[in-house]
Design a protein around this ligand. Structure first.
Ligand code: ADP
Length: 306
């Protein structure tokens, strides 16, 4: 197959692993920086231009779109889709998962367990907002934050009020969440491919830290998931419409709760914690999907001619 990997940097661990695995499996692969693509949008022959070349003849595209370039990155991905290139994750699903409120609303509507969450733009009654999520302690999150930055634990009502006021003063969109204390500063990253969790790790924050992000000094180890945790992760991925993703869960007293679904999950932490060749698992899946699709298309073409 001829595969494009949408990634800004060839040297990133995940991109490198995908490239080397593609080559090992006999594919032709090209890393494409979405921000350097330019496109013409026509209904007859949509195309993508890149460094003076026309990108043509691709069978599949693997999006690894960073949060900061979601808007343009998903537009490029959509252009590949218009050219009938199979996307490992569809552009609509990537966009959907990047919107934390939209994701939370979708998951809640389908009955997936989540921490009790409130959101507000500029509430006149902060106390009422806090009451809605059960009062302090609460976790306050900036919607635009990643890697644990902008995630604050407010242990008292007063602390919560002043943090919310401060964020409001900066005109930031926030989410206020029930604090899942019993998670003990750890979370689960479930790596979903298709309809299976293919690897899972438990991340644990350092002593005294409630955030388990590896970027914040957390450590990762192999996780053993319960059937309910597996089912929750797969369900969350399905609802978001993502074929490959990382679903982050917290172990709460009322069962697994979903914190986030990540459409470009990193490979480094999960491969070393689980000892699995996740890149190879992704390609096995991609090859199967592209073959299935090709068969279906050729069948419908034959029918069309009959
Ligand atoms: P980011 O997307 O910036 O990583 P998260 O929402 O994943 O932010 O939060 C960072 C970390 O903080 C999580 O990995 C988890 O360990 C902890 N955390 C987040 N929300 C809660 C919560 N409601 N209760 C307990 N811990 C939480």
């Amino acid at each position: 197959m001829k595969i494009a990997i949408l990634s800004r940097n060839k040297k990133l661990y995940s991109t490198r692993r995908l490239v080397e695995t593609a080559v090992e499996r006999g594919h032709e692969v090209r890393v494409v920086d979405a921000l350097r693509c330019y496109m013409n949008i026509t209904s007859l022959k949509p195309s993508i231009h890149y460094r003076g070349d026309v990108l043509e003849g691709f069978d599949a595209v693997i999006p690894r779109i960073g949060a900061s370039i979601t808007f343009y990155g998903t537009a490029v991905l959509r252009q590949f889709e218009m050219m009938n290139v199979f996307p490992l994750n569809e552009s609509v699903a990537v966009t959907r998962s990047r919107d934390k409120l939209r994701s939370a609303q979708l998951l809640a509507r389908k009955g997936v367990g989540m921490p009790v969450t409130g959101f507000a733009h500029n509430p006149d009654d902060i106390q009422d907002l806090l009451k809605q999520v059960g009062g302090s302690p609460v976790v306050i999150k900036l919607l635009e934050g990643t890697q644990g930055i902008g995630v604050v634990l407010a242990e008292t009502q007063k602390a919560a009020e002043s943090v919310i006021q401060a964020f409001m003063g900066l005109k930031a969109n926030i989410m206020v969440q029930e604090f899942i204390k019993e998670a003990g500063g750890s979370d689960l990253r479930c790596f979903v491919v298709g309809d299976k969790v293919v690897a899972a790790m438990q991340r644990q924050g350092p002593e005294g830290e409630f955030r388990s992000n590896l970027h914040r000094g957390g450590s990762a180890s192999l996780a053993r998931l319960t059937p309910q945790e597996r089912a929750t992760a797969v369900r969350a991925a399905k609802i978001m419409g993502l074929e490959v993703c990382g679903v982050d869960l917290l172990r709460s007293n009322h069962g697994p709760v979903v914190m986030e679904v990540n459409s470009s999950p990193g490979l480094e932490g999960i491969e070393s914690a689980s000892g699995k060749d996740v890149a190879a698992i992704i390609f096995e899946y991609l090859e199967k999907r592209v073959t299935e699709l090709a068969k279906r298309t050729s069948r419908s073409n034959t029918r069309g001619k009959g």
